[in-house]
Design a protein around this ligand. Structure first.
Ligand code: GDP
Length: 312
């Protein structure tokens, strides 16, 4: 993962220094933990998360609870790996599907986070698994958003429910039942009804984002949530936004609440350590990762695999 390259290099070189050691003294462990702390902070991981992480690594390394079959360097790597898995959310968290379709998935996040792109990727992936998703354009904030979602839907080969003028893939059914532009809550609600009527088993509701955190935006997202009662609310966050990630995630957790996190732009080259903070800070699992602009640049997020990639 490019966003973790620098962190990855720093951690591996820290471990390389340990390889020549026999037993590790407390001073060796402290020096190693200090290097890990610096690497995490330089990668923009949130300070409280770094503190907790390094505290746990130090304590476990000192008590050397791990198997005697490993040499000291391997023991430290094992501990760091397990603690990384922990801050990344522990186990893989699959998408919750409604017992009675349609499953409603709402997307939330700042403007530019990658929500619309994700809507297409998720729809494409679900379609590949035999689902029949429909996208709902409840982002009426930007003039282009509806059109953009329609383009994404077409690319993914799924229909879109949108107010005019974006309703391209339902041209034969010009959304006569769609409310007027300007009522995103109504669009979201009608989109879910539309899916139910036409037996689409998944509805993905794209919502508006702003450049910064905004009361009106939060209220709107919260109203949409109340109107459509989603099975999942996915908070999409640009992995490259640095330390702002924590405040943004907290604001969305308080304002809308979400059930899972999607990290986008993991292909970027900025320091993506903030992405490592989000699950821990919000207590919500990272469920998917977006790694590019193409429909297929998308994967289910596995904390253990990501930790191994970082430590590779
Ligand atoms: P939204 O405002 O949250 O709906 O964000 P968009 O989906 O419109 O994405 C904003 C920009 O980021 C667009 O130019 C996307 O092509 C781009 N983008 C989205 N996801 C990714 C990703 O995973 N990697 C990269 N490199 N670009 C992305």
């Amino acid at each position: 993962m490019p966003v973790f390259n620098s962190l990855s290099d720093r951690l591996t070189s820290t471990f390389k220094n340990l390889r020549t050691r026999g037993r590790l003294s407390e001073a060796d462990i402290d020096a190693t933990v200090r290097e890990i702390r610096r690497a995490l902070l330089d990668a923009d991981v949130a300070v409280p998360v770094v503190r907790e992480f390094t505290g746990a690594v130090r304590e476990r390394a000192l008590s050397s609870e791990v198997s005697g079959a490993l040499n000291p360097a391997q023991q430290v790597v094992k501990i760091v790996n397990e603690e990384l898995v922990d801050i990344l959310g522990g186990a893989t968290r699959p998408l919750t599907l409604a017992k009675t379709p349609p499953t409603v998935i709402m997307l939330a996040g700042l403007q530019g986070a990658g929500k619309t792109t994700l809507a297409g990727k998720l729809a494409h992936a679900l379609k590949g698994q035999g689902h029949t998703p429909v996208l709902v354009a409840a982002d009426l904030q930007r003039p282009n958003a509806v059109t953009q979602l329609s383009v994404v839907a077409e690319r993914a080969g799924v229909p879109v429910f949108a107010p005019h003028p974006g309703n391209t893939s339902e041209a034969d059914d010009p959304a006569a039942d769609a409310p007027l532009i300007g009522d995103p809550v109504g669009v979201a609600r009608d989109g879910v009804a539309y899916a139910r009527d036409r037996q689409h088993d998944v509805v993905i509701v794209d919502t508006a984002g702003r450049l910064g955190i905004d009361e009106v935006l939060m209220q709107q997202a919260s109203d949409i949530r109340a109107a459509v009662n989603p099975d999942e609310v996915l908070f999409v966050i640009d992995a490259m936004i640095g330390q702002d990630a924590v405040n943004t995630a907290k604001a969305f957790a308080d304002g809308v609440d979400f059930t899972g996190v999607v990290l986008s732009k993991l292909d970027g080259d900025a320091r993506g350590g903030a992405a490592l903070s989000v699950a821990k800070v919000t207590g919500r699992p990272i469920m998917f990762a977006s790694t590019g602009e193409k429909l297929t640049d998308f994967e289910v997020f596995h904390p253990d695999r990501m930790a191994s990639r970082i430590l590779d």
